[in-house]
Design a protein around this ligand. Structure first.
Ligand code: ADP
Ligand code: ZN
Ligand code: ZN
Length: 760
């Protein structure tokens, strides 16, 4: 017998290995210890040693390699499979659908420590002091040993797990030394099976819409059949309560529930919301975890110890013992799409896993993607609508402010110079009115830093990134000049702010445009300065710069939740799932720029963001208001969105896409080529086009320069393929993509394929 192994190498094939002599002592027709399918083995590959996954057993006659050329595997790492049949099936599906090598798919699926071949019980190895050992067992000069011993002693008679001890600063070498000296011992603590989930708090009384949604989802769960749901509920309509009550039935049946959340939607409240309803073993999985914690989480999901799993994108690739329901919260969010290596979309993978496991999958959002709305039209997703907010809360009203008619507010600097705040008097009036009524204001500006560009007024020079097609953002700190600098938000390049223009020597350098820091400063001058304001209102800036430190989010949240009048200034970080009950006014000083972008998806994404931000208004008992300051108040899309709401707007966009044959009415593959020059990347893509099979029936756009063709000193070209149906696209890719990767012109270039891209 031979084994077929998937290895983490960028090759579209698996590899045959024989078994070492001592293993293939055959008992009847079965070897004594054939590494099971789904287990890890260590093998030699060229001059490397790699860890791979056994994906098949086969007899020697079926191998394409002659037996004397086959190498034996070096080691079996697992006695039992670590990947069950359904996860392997998922890996095959991902490899096929995204045209990505199986071994590399598995490398994406497996946590780092598993990939490195670490034992899975790493975490359950515990250490404890032997009962008869005391301080007297140490000689006076064994100081370091005694120190480590004392650290373990703090954990009492049961000791602690190895990973905890290592985290505390103990050294593994000392653990084994102390063990050899007969002072401490290791033991494996079997994990207790979790208790059945219990309700910790009574559910709320549902309104009719919520009840209908919960009933439909539970019915699907009971019927043990796959059903995909679009829970289409306006912001503040109580989608979470629907999740909670649907989950209850599934958890009570002893099954696991997976909740996917967007990358930056995972706030301290997320876990609390679920933990306050259910007494259950809840596991949180996100990108900021250490490798050991990730392995622990992976194991908990796989063994069934985890009952509620809340995680970001990659959690959809975890193994589950007995999954009963998948919820994708804020399903429109772009962080569900992985933008490198295996470019999967977590919502699509979630639907596939639901189908595989015969369980319901709920995609919840206030702003469904056009793809999901089309699936509803086709009957592939069942729509549950929540059109009202529970209790007294009313959806916020939206209103446009014409920034062309209104003068923007001028402010005088300390040195007497006047400057423009970029805020119309109407907006400022509304903000003051809201604050004086004792409420909070949220101002959304999707641009961090002080200003997006530094410009020479004399000659027009702009500070650009030397490595990218992009301006450097001005990070200006008026209190601390030494903390001022220019930075590229694409490659992190940093530079000093020049005193004079490097081109013409003029001192007339000006920061143009507005980022969150500048906006906060301007607001400070108006609302938080004793010379201009009777009452001083705090300005709270929420963006990646102010929330970088570990507990800064929690501090900010606490300040907001005290509920006192304040102005919150935030980037898209504030758009997601947050509940700010005292915010009654939301302002968008220039969120509508996206309606003019070249990418046909831009209006959809801009509208989603605007509606999500607007949804932060009026979530308490008081009514909310949204003011959109715009330079294009006649823009038909913007008017449609404000007058008729997101769903009508989205239906209109769908019609447009249908007429133009664009996704979701066609199926796209985006090929990107990265290299040292644009000439080389364009040439490679031209040759790729020449290799397309005859009568391929695809629409081809390109090769063209990518939107930001130079990034981090590398150049990018791209090619877009559009097909009328999915199978047509995959048929062509099956024939074409692997030969393209092998083209001589593609050597030294990086070619990537993105199926169902969400932007270009
Ligand atoms: P969203 O749909 O935006 O996710 P949430 O789930 O955050 O909305 O719900 C908004 C608010 O409404 C929350 O404070 C929640 O507790 C409350 N809520 C939800 N359902 C009900 C209900 N049936 N009765 C009373 N309050 C409810
Ligand atoms: Zn100049
Ligand atoms: Zn750059």
């Amino acid at each position: 017998m031979l084994v077929q192994v998937a290895l983490p190498v960028p090759l579209y094939r698996v590899f045959d290995y024989s078994l070492p002599a001592d293993m293939s002592t055959l008992a009847n027709d079965k070897p004594a210890c054939l590494p099971p399918i789904g287990s890890r083995v260590e093998v030699s590959f060229g001059r490397q040693t790699l860890i791979g996954i056994v994906v098949a057993h086969l007899s020697e006659v079926n191998s394409s390699v002659p037996i004397n050329k086959l190498k034996p595997i070096n080691k079996c790492l697992d006695a039992k499979p670590i990947l069950d049949a359904s996860l392997l099936k998922l890996a095959y599906w991902l490899a096929r659908y995204y045209h990505y090598p199986l071994g590399d798919v598995l490398a994406v699926i497996l946590p780092t420590l598993v990939r490195q071949g670490k034992p899975l019980d790493l975490l359950i190895t515990h250490w404890r002091i032997l009962p008869h050992i005391t301080d007297d067992n140490f000689r006076a000069n064994a100081k370091k040993q005694k120190q480590q011993f004392d650290m373990l002693k703090l954990h009492g008679t049961r000791g602690a797990s190895e990973d905890v001890l290592l985290l505390e600063g103990m050294e593994r070498a000392f653990l084994t030394t102390l063990e050899d000296k007969g002072l401490i011992e290791r033991y494996i603590e079997p994990k207790q099976a979790p208790h059945p989930v219990k309700l910790a708090k009574m559910p709320l009384n549902l309104n009719n819409e919520q009840q209908l949604a919960v009933d439909t989802i539970i019915a699907a769960h009971k019927s043990e059949r796959y059903t995909g749901f679009l829970l289409n509920g306006i912001t503040g309509s109580g989608k979470t309560e629907v999740y909670l009550q649907a989950m209850q039935a599934v958890l009570e049946a002893g099954k696991q529930v997976l909740i996917l959340v967007p990358e930056i939607g995972l706030t301290p409240q997320t876990r609390a919301r679920f933990a306050s309803r259910f007494a259950a073993h809840i596991v949180l999985l996100h990108s900021g975890m250490t490798n050991t914690h990730r392995l622990q989480g992976w194991q908990d999901c796989r063994t069934g110890h985890a009952q509620i799993i809340i995680g970001t994108r990659s959690t959809v690739l975890y193994p589950f013992a007995d999954l009963g329901l998948i919820i994708v919260d804020e399903a429109h969010d772009s962080s569900y799409k992985q933008q490198d290596t295996l470019r999967y979309h977590a919502a699509d993978v979630a639907l596939y896993r639901g189908l595989q496991a015969n369980i319901p999958v709920v995609l919840g959002t206030a702003t469904p993607t056009l793809e999901h709305l089309k699936l509803v039209h086709e009957g592939k997703l069942i729509e549950c609508q929540l059109l009202t907010r529970p209790g007294n809360a009313r959806p916020a009203t939206m209103q446009l402010i014409d920034a062309r008619l209104q003068s923007t507010h001028q402010q005088t600097q300390d040195n007497g110079a006047r400057y423009d705040t970029g805020l119309t008097d109407a907006l400022i009036g509304a903000i003051r009115q809201t604050l004086e009524a004792g409420d909070q204001v949220l101002i959304f500006l999707n641009r961090r830093g002080y200003a997006p560009v530094l410009l020479c007024e004399a000659c027009g020079w702009q500070a650009d990134c030397p490595r990218c097609d992009a301006h450097l953002t001005v990070h200006y700190n008026s209190q601390l000049q030494s903390h001022s600098y220019l930075k590229c938000h694409h490659c992190d390049w940093q530079a000093y702010i020049p005193k004079i223009c490097p081109d013409c020597g003029s001192q007339n350098l000006d920061a143009k445009g507005m980022g969150t820091t500048r906006l906060s400063e301007n607001l400070h001058a108006i609302f938080s300065n004793p010379q201009t304001s009777k009452t001083l209102y705090p300005i709270i800036q929420i963006d990646r710069d102010t929330t970088r430190r570990k507990d800064s989010w929690e501090n900010i949240y606490q300040r907001i939740n005290e509920g006192k009048p304040a102005i919150l200034v935030g980037t898209q970080m504030v758009a997601k799932g947050h509940h700010f009950p005292n915010v009654t006014l939301v302002c968008l000083p220039n969120a509508d720029r996206g309606f003019l972008s070249a990418d046909f998806r831009s209006p959809e994404h801009t509208a989603q963001l605007m509606i999500q931000v607007a949804g932060r208004a009026g979530r308490g008992d008081k009514a909310g208001r949204v003011l959109i300051q715009t330079l294009q108040p006649d823009n038909p899309l913007l008017l449609k969105l404000v007058k008729d709401g997101y769903l009508s707007f989205a239906q209109e966009l769908l019609q447009e896409r249908k007429m133009m044959g664009l996704p979701p009415y066609s199926y796209a593959a985006l090929i990107r080529c990265e290299g040292k020059t644009l000439a080389a990347t364009t040439q490679a893509l031209k040759e790729a086009v020449a290799h397309l099979p005859n009568a391929h029936n695809l629409a081809i756009l390109g090769p063209i320069d990518a939107p930001m063709s130079k990034k981090n000193s590398r150049y990018h070209s791209q090619l877009l393929l559009l097909a009328k149906d999915r199978w047509q696209l995959h048929r062509v890719l099956n024939q074409w993509w692997q030969p393209v990767l092998a083209l001589p012109s593609a050597k030294y270039l990086k070619l990537t394929l993105d199926i169902d891209p969400i932007g270009w």
